[in-house]
Design a protein around this ligand. Structure first.
Ligand SMILES: Cc1ncc(C[n+]2csc(CCOP(=O)(O)OP(=O)(O)O)c2C)c(N)n1
Length: 273
């Protein structure tokens, strides 16, 4: 194995920790994005706790890698990663979405570690593309990662950014597509089918890697391969399960943005332990 068992184990645990943090953020009786947070948790754990160069004590550090949560509706997942990484206190997660508090329903500038306001779907890859161009112009080695939802790829702006990023040979840019097969109200295949999604990214000139988005070794291998691939941006097509880790939420569009009962809250935390 290219990665130590300890590393894989600790990153898997981080994924579960982030899921638990998200459930605590959501709490009882108030709607929150359970499904898409849990599907992306292992990908985000690999980025924040292994792959990305970051300095929690100096969020604006020049040498940092950039992460954009284009599927910004799962802000609680990014907040959980930032808090567990040390950007701000973990206890603050419990005040997420309190009126006037700095942790709101979508990421916004001003929160330590947040690079841009995101979550108006479709925009994050364009932002990332612009950042990647700027870094290249400055001859900087920093990398840019953008997490995109598969439902989000219904947005035409994603494809404009895909086309221009490959035309500009942005090999410092990596898009990770969370392919959980569901969007807010049902199956993508029943709304606006996006398959064959890997072929589409290839046709737009990207280096494409397809993985199981819950297999930590595959995630790390793909992130390293993306960094080593020269001349074109990389799209990691990560096949995931919406609501991963919570039996009653897995593959259920109804848990896209849902208020949990006390029983569901307790069961979710128990299953994610
Ligand atoms: C421009 C825009 N339109 C609609 C929404 C509302 N919205 C939030 S999440 C979502 C579905 C996203 O599906 P997907 O990208 O697959 O996210 P995931 O399943 O990973 O949570 C929608 C339509 C939005 N945030 N932005």
């Amino acid at each position: 194995m290219a990665y130590s068992e300890e590393l894989i184990k600790s990153l898997k645990e981080k994924g579960q920790l982030l899921r638990r943090d998200c459930i605590k953020c959501i709490g009882v009786g108030v709607a929150g994005h359970v499904g898409g947070s849990c599907s992306s948790a292992d990908l985000v754990a690999a980025l924040y706790f292994h792959k990305m160069k970051l300095d929690p004590k100096n969020p604006e550090w020049e040498g940092r890698d950039y992460f954009l949560l284009s599927k910004g509706h799962v802000a609680i997942l990014q907040y959980s990663a930032l808090a567990e990484k040390g950007f701000f206190p973990v206890d603050d997660l419990l005040h997420c979405k309190d009126i006037g508090f700095y942790l709101q329903g979508h990421p916004h500038l001003g929160t330590p570690g947040i690079e841009a306001g995101t979550g108006s779907l479709g925009q994050g890859l364009s932002l990332g593309s612009g950042m990647a161009i700027g870094l290249k112009l400055d001859n900087k080695p920093n990398r840019v990662y953008v997490l995109v939802g598969d439902g989000e790829t219904d947005e035409g702006q994603i494809w404009e950014a895909a086309m221009s990023s490959s035309a500009k040979n942005l090999d410092n840019l990596c898009a990770i597509i969370d392919c959980n097969g569901l969007q807010a109200t049902g199956r993508i295949a029943d709304r606006l089918p996006n398959e064959p999604i890997a072929d589409k990214w290839k046709a737009f000139g990207w280096n494409v890697i397809e993985i199981d988005g819950h297999n930590m070794e595959e995630i790390l291998t793909a992130l390293d391969a993306a960094e080593n691939f020269k001349g074109k941006p990389t799209a990691i097509i990560a096949h995931t399960i919406k609501g991963k880790g919570i039996s009653f939420a897995e593959n259920q569009a109804g848990y896209h943005n849902r208020a949990l009962t006390k029983e569901e809250y307790d069961k979710a935390l128990e299953e994610l332990a």
